[in-house]
Design a protein around this ligand. Sequence first.
Ligand code: B12
Ligand code: SF4
Length: 513
Amino acid sequence: MSTNEQDNSKAAPGRGQKPSRWEELLAATAQSPLKADSAKPLIALVVPPSPFTVPRGWGFYLARPFEGITYIATALTNAGYRVKIVDARYKPAPLEYALAGISGADTVGIATYEDAFPFIEQLASRAKEQAPGRPVILGGSLVTSVPELVMRHTRADAAVLGEGELTILELMAAYCAGAGERELTAIPGLCLRLADGSLTTTAPRPQLLNLDILPVPDFTLWGPENAGGLRQNIVSGSRGCHKNCSFCYRTTPELGLKSTEKLHRELSALKERHHTEFFQFTDLTFTFSKKRTLALCEALQDLRVKWWCMTRVQNVDAEVLSAMAGAGCDQILYGVETLSQAALDGAQKGFCEDETVRALQLTRDAGITVGAAYVVGLPGETSEALARAAAFSSTLGTAARVKYLSAIPGTKVYADAVAAGVITDELAHLRKMLARERGALEDDFLNLSGLPEKVCREGYRNIERNYVPGPYGTAALVKDKRAYAYPDRPISESEVTSVLEEDARLCSGSLLS
Ligand code: B12
Ligand code: SF4
């Protein structure tokens, strides 16, 4: 979509329907949270570890609180439940850490990511051994994309599919009321294990289009070590994406929006609470509407924070980029993916190289760091296009990320790979292939390009050589963030060193150092 097309934000708030009881509860408790009720279950929410790595300067992105689980925890806390986040990332013995963390909890929730299946299946099983009658609930992108597969091979009782805030409130209320199977199967948005061991998927829950009813995510629920170090916050103004690229899975396929006012209030509160100097927006297409982007930039301008976002090359023009630069935009990551037109068309990207060049040039001219994400291994990739991508990324398209093609469950690439017999065992794909993917040159990968593996690996390496440092990749970049947000409180040299050390630790084993 071009930036001049119709403003989709009109579609957002509520569609004129009467809010459900659970929407009302979510919105009301966001305004006036209920006191913790000791009669209600204690819910432990587990965040699994990940082998995933990132280039230098992006380490904070791996270590900061994930937004999804924070929303779940906040919605439950506001409704009076006692919640404990058990963050198993970067722990020497993650399974033991998680098991100790959930002991004593009345309900266990596990966030599922594409690369964490072995941990999830072990934890669900051990959690049931620890307390057989205690509900174990899965949620997040992996179980949403392949619910039956994941539920069949774990011992979880229920899976919350898609957006979780309303479903988890309704499910927990049902558990508290001692609901039976008839009541549970009437709750939308679930995959449930029934008493006879069979699985049933309930009616889909419509996605929230009006995100203004969400609470401000309470990152302090992650505990003091995280709450104290939130100078970078991972946030979003929207959920979903209206495109459907062949390799990309969206937990929320429709576009849900926060209003500019809500986002401004939320970011101001987070800046105030955590001394935030940098926001990482996870919106899938930040600039999908020109009108909305200009309004957001106006709101962001007076916040005095640097920020990063992702978008499509077709969704920017000089006016938008100039407004973004003026509002503190530090870097934009574009999904360039490949310079082969056949591969772009096969992936349903819907743009061409000229549009990429135009967007990247305009971004550079606006004074914003250009980031480009590439995928190696798509059908239609050519060695000539890979060589051009490397040359291109050394000039205009400065690479920020290159990854091999991955068959992510729920995508066309995945369905095609299963249909064509490239993936013969879906469970093995989850347990082995995906669980080992680090986002690094040495990864095993799905090569649908028809090119020899060696050519793909060389193409990857040549693009990677041109990495632009991530937002916290050098001392100058670290200083720049603080100076912009807090001009009267310069960062000390020792803090700069500790930021760079954290980054090096999290990105270790990764490419660029
Ligand atoms: C930010 C991000 C990351 C960051 C995380 C940083 C951070 N600190 O948050 C990093 C860089 C680490 C990352 C890494 C990877 N990511 Co990622 N990432 C995202 C991204 C852009 C945003 C996630 C987010 O915060 N969304 C906003 C929140 C509100 O939504 P949500 O997470 O879906 O949470 C909701 C529901 O899922 C549910 N829910 C979530 N957890 C739980 C838990 C329980 C118990 C319950 C009940 C409900 C529930 O309720 C939440 C609120 O509604 C998404 C795309 C997207 N926009 O969703 C991809 C995405 C989640 N990532 C994806 C992938 C594949 C990966 C990687 C495996 C790398 C890869 N191969 O590309 C790695 C490893 C993941 C990991 N274990 O960390 C895929 C997942 C696909 C799939 N089928 O599993 C997605 C959907 C991107 C895509 N389009 O392909 N990622
Ligand atoms: S790759 Fe980007 S544009 Fe395509 S569906 Fe995913 S988020 Fe949307």
